[in-house]
Design a binder for this molecule. Structure first.
Ligand SMILES: *Cc1c(COP(=O)(O)O)cnc(C)c1O
Length: 435
């Protein structure tokens, strides 16, 4: 299958070019040239299949032209071996837990799948692939864990010294093997600038094969569409229709949901729930997109002021605001409302949620309220509450036990190389560590 740029200027790319380059040269983002569809029999079968079985079917829809069946099956088996659980809290509210992977956030799906797909795509090439990732926390840990031990690829993670949480830092710096952590004496923007300078350095790139693993890569969206199909299968046992609320920052998760719907997965409506970084709800209201610097909130993985996947959403709806509105509603909620919802869900159901999930539930509540809707709703729970004890524990008045996945990192020794914010130093490091 070919991959098109949302700007429609570059010529269509192969799977290999789209995934290894990450981004088309014209500044747009890649989308499949045509979104494949599930057959009526496959849609019928969703309610009886496991998540892994659904993942196999969906993956082959996207990738069977490019990857032989045995290889594709192994890739999906070895990356999508993650639990997905749908928890019904009430008639109108179910929670899709997508946080049972190694870093306890939904980003594990994308990172694990992308790692194995990239490894397959570079097979037989003579040069090692170096992946550069600038991170403020969550993306880096999912990528570090997803690429651990993947042959032919080394990952270099740049994170701002003192600006990620202690538990995140452990997840970034204790993996070892093919994962190297650089502790940059600056902020996230400095990390991102160093990565950008390396990509723009043609002499470096003639020596080093570089790629990125950020959330705009189409390889991360494809596996995220799988759990939407799984949800639709589970919900069909209860109702013909349902709505789904997605806690959103860069809108990669939501875009994957839209792709699943285009494949035929029956989802009545999407709710894009945001924290006080409200450029998307404002865009739906006014029709004008006005990016702006992000504000810090307790749902910090959604602190995004210029959501990168907006160009994909506009492309999918031919930039027609009325049709976007017909499929997506969006509201924003501040930290006070977020804390209130964490408390309310704990009191009512004895169930602990993280701040991102709380924003998602607020969005669903608002939708059901405004539309007087009795349709059941699903909220995607994007992270385990134990990742955010400093926000959640004071609200519920209890200590959240640390799950074994997270505890194992805490015991390990941090291994990071200090790095200045000078590009020359970073460049020298890349050259010196070249194997
Ligand atoms: C990344 C992240 C989000 C936002 O996902 P997008 O695909 O960027 O919209 C929400 N919640 C958590 C916990 C995340 O890590």
């Amino acid at each position: 299958m070919k991959y098109l740029s949302t700007k429609n200027i570059s010529t269509p790319a192969s799977l290999k070019d789209a995934v290894l380059s990450g981004m088309p040269g014209d500044g747009g983002l890649f989308l499949p040239a045509s979104i494949p569809t599930l057959s009526p029999q496959q849609l019928e079968a969703l309610s009886t299949l496991s998540f892994q079985e659904i993942a196999q079917i969906m993956a082959s829809k996207f990738l069977s032209e490019d990857i032989p069946p045995g290889e594709l099956r192994d890739m999906v088996t070895n990356s999508m071996n993650l639990d997905v659980k749908l928890i019904q809290l009430s008639e109108r509210l179910s929670i899709l837990e997508t946080f049972h992977g190694p870093t306890m956030a939904f980003k594990d799906f994308g990172a694990r799948f992308m790692a194995r797909l990239m490894s397959y795509l570079i097979k037989g090439d003579d040069r090692e692939l170096t992946i550069l990732v600038a991170t403020s926390g969550d993306t880096g840990s999912a990528v570090a864990s997803g690429f651990l031990g993947i042959p032919g690829i080394r990952v270099i993670i740049l994170y701002p010294s003192g600006k990620v949480s202690p538990s995140q830092e452990k997840q970034l710096t204790t993996q070892g093997q093919n994962i190297q952590a650089l502790e940059v004496d600056g902020n996230f923007d400095d990390c991102q600038r160093l990565v950008k300078c390396a990509f723009a350095d043609s002499e470096l790139r003639s020596r080093l094969r570089l790629s990125s693993a950020n959330s705009i890569n189409i390889a991360r969206l494809i596996p995220q569409s799988f759990y939407y199909a799984f949800t639709a299968g589970k919900m069909r046992q209860k109702s013909d229709e349902f709505v789904i609320s997605v806690p959103s920052g860069n809108f990669g998760n939501l875009t994957a949901g839209l792709m699943a719907k285009r494949m035929g997965v029956p989802i009545q409506h999407f709710i894009a729930s945001t924290n006080s970084n409200d450029v998307f709800p404002e865009f739906l209201k006014s029709g004008d997109f006005k990016p702006r610097p992000s504000d810090q909130t307790i749902s910090n993985a959604m602190d995004v002021g210029d959501p990168s996947n907006l160009s994909r959403i506009r492309y999918l709806f031919e930039d027609d605001i009325a049709s976007i509105r017909s499929e997506i509603s969006s509201w924003s909620f501040d930290d006070m409302k977020t804390r209130e919802m964490i408390s309310q869900i704990f009191k009512r159901y004895d169930y602990v949620i993280d701040p991102h999930t709380a924003v998602g539930i607020l969005g669903l509540d608002k939708y059901q309220d405004i539309h007087q809707s009795t349709l059941p709703g699903v909220v995607i729970s994007t992270a385990h509450p134990a990742k955010f004890p400093e926000s959640v524990e004071p609200v519920i008045g209890e200590v959240i036990p640390v799950p074994p996945q997270l505890a194992q990192y805490l015991e390990r020794e941090k291994q990071a190389t200090h790095m200045s914010t000078e590009y020359e130093d970073f460049r020298q490091y890349l050259m010196d560590t070249l194997i």
